[in-house]
Design a protein around this ligand. Structure first.
Ligand code: RIB
Length: 315
C-alpha cells in the first residue's frame, strides 16, 4: 500500500529564461528561450512524492488568475489530492522569475502572491489530511506561522515532520522542537546556525546545532557531493550520483519529496538518503522544476547504474 504524504507549501508559475550571466544593477541584459513551467517548492515536493509512489495531499493556495487553475490541474494530473488547496480571489498566483545560466545554476526572484494567504486556519481545515499522513513535508514558501501550525497539528497526530527550511525567513526557533527531520542545504544551514558551513567538519557542527535544537535527524544537503546526516547513530555522509547538470531548479525539492517518501516507507535513513540523492541528481540533469522530477523507476535505474559499496561513509 502506498504511504500517505501531506505537503504544506507553495505552488508557483516559474518563468524561466536563459542568460549568459546575471545582469548588473541598472543593466538590461537580453535573455532567451522563455518557458513557463509549473514549480514552487511545496508543489515540486508533492509531485516528486507522487511520482515515486506516495499518495499525496497538497495544502496550499493559488490565485484566481490565468495561472492558478493550471497549477492545480497540473497537480491533479499527477494524482495529487488538491481538495485542501484554495483559490484566493484577491491574490495573484505565486510566480518565480528564474534566470538559468549555462552552468545549470540559477537565480530566482520569487513573488509569493497567494502562497502568503495560506493561513493557520486553512491548515486547521486540513487537519484530517495531516492526521492520516505518515509524514508532513513543509518548507518556507508559505507564512512561517502557518508552517508552525501545520507542525503542531502533525505532532498532535503523531505524524512525522520533514522540514526543508527554504527560503530561510521568519523566526524558526519555535519550529525545531516539532521537526523530526531537517534538511537544509549548506547556505541555509549557515544562515540558520549563524556559523560558516564550507566543509564537512562545519556541516557536522551545523548538524549538531540542529540536534541541540531538538531535531531528531539532522541532514545537511551537500549538492552533487550528496548529504550528511547526524542522528542517534552518529554522523555519516551518503555520497551523491554523477550526472551532467542541465538545470538545478527543483533538485532540492526532488531530494525532499523522495526522502520523505522513503522514510515514510520505513527505509533506513542511509537508504532513504541514497534514494533522495539520486532523485535530486536526476532533477538536476533535466530542464525545469516539475518537468524534471523523476519517477521511481528512473531513480532506481540511476541507483542500479551507479551502484557503489562505499556510498555511505562514517564521519
Ligand atoms: O526550489 C525550486 C523552486 O523555487 C522553483 O520551482 C521556484 O518556484 C522557486 O520557488
Amino acid at each position: 500500500m502506498a504511504v500517505r504524504i501531506a505537503v504544506l507549501g507553495d505552488s508557483n508559475q516559474d518563468f524561466v529564461m536563459r542568460a549568459e550571466r546575471m545582469p548588473r544593477p541598472g543593466e538590461t541584459l537580453v535573455g532567451s528561450d522563455l518557458q513557463l513551467v509549473p514549480g514552487g517548492k511545496g508543489a515540486n515536493q508533492a509531485v516528486t512524492a507522487a511520482r515515486v509512489g506516495a499518495e499525496v495531499t497538497f495544502i496550499g493556495s493559488v490565485g484566481d488568475d490565468l495561472m492558478g487553475p493550471r497549477l492545480l490541474a497540473n497537480l491533479e494530473r499527477e494524482g495529487i489530492d488538491t481538495s485542501f488547496a484554495t483559490t484566493d480571489p484577491q491574490a495573484h498566483s505565486g510566480s518565480a522569475f528564474i534566470a538559468l545560466l549555462p552552468s545549470g545554476e540559477n537565480s530566482i526572484l520569487h513573488c509569493m502572491g497567494a502562497n502568503l494567504e495560506v493561513s493557520p486556519e486553512q491548515v486547521e481545515g486540513a487537519r484530517e489530511a495531516i492526521e492520516r499522513a505518515d509524514i508532513l513535508l513543509v518548507q518556507l514558501g508559505v507564512p512561517p506561522e502557518t508552517v508552525l501550525r501545520g507542525m503542531e497539528l502533525a505532532e498532535e497526530a503523531g505524524t512525522s515532520v520533514l522540514f526543508d527550511p527554504a527560503p530561510v525567513r521568519g523566526d524558526l526557533d519555535p519550529m525545531w522542537p516539532h521537526t523530526t527531520v531537517a534538511c537544509p542545504n549548506e547556505s541555509e544551514a549557515e544562515v540558520i546556525t549563524g556559523r560558516p558551513v564550507t566543509d564537512l567538519r562545519e556541516a557536522c557542527a551545523a548538524a549538531r546545532w540542529f540536534r541541540e535544537h531538538s531535531v531528531e535527524v539532522a541532514i545537511v544537503k551537500l549538492g552533487a557531493r550528496g548529504a550528511m546526516v547526524l542522528d542517534d547513530d552518529g554522523a555519516r555522509i551518503v555520497r551523491g550520483y554523477v550526472v551532467d547538470v542541465v538545470d538545478t531548479t527543483g533538485a532540492g525539492d526532488a531530494f525532499a519529496g523522495a526522502l520523505g517518501t522513503r522514510l515514510a516507507e520505513g527505509a533506513p535513513v542511509e537508504e532513504a538518503l541514497a534514494f533522495a540523492n539520486a532523485a535530486g541528481a536526476m532533477a538536476a540533469a533535466r530542464f525545469g522544476a516539475q518537468p524534471s522530477l523523476p519517477t521511481r523507476d528512473e531513480v532506481e535505474a540511476l541507483m542500479a547504474e551507479q551502484k557503489s559499496e562505499d556510498r555511505v561513509q562514517g564521519l
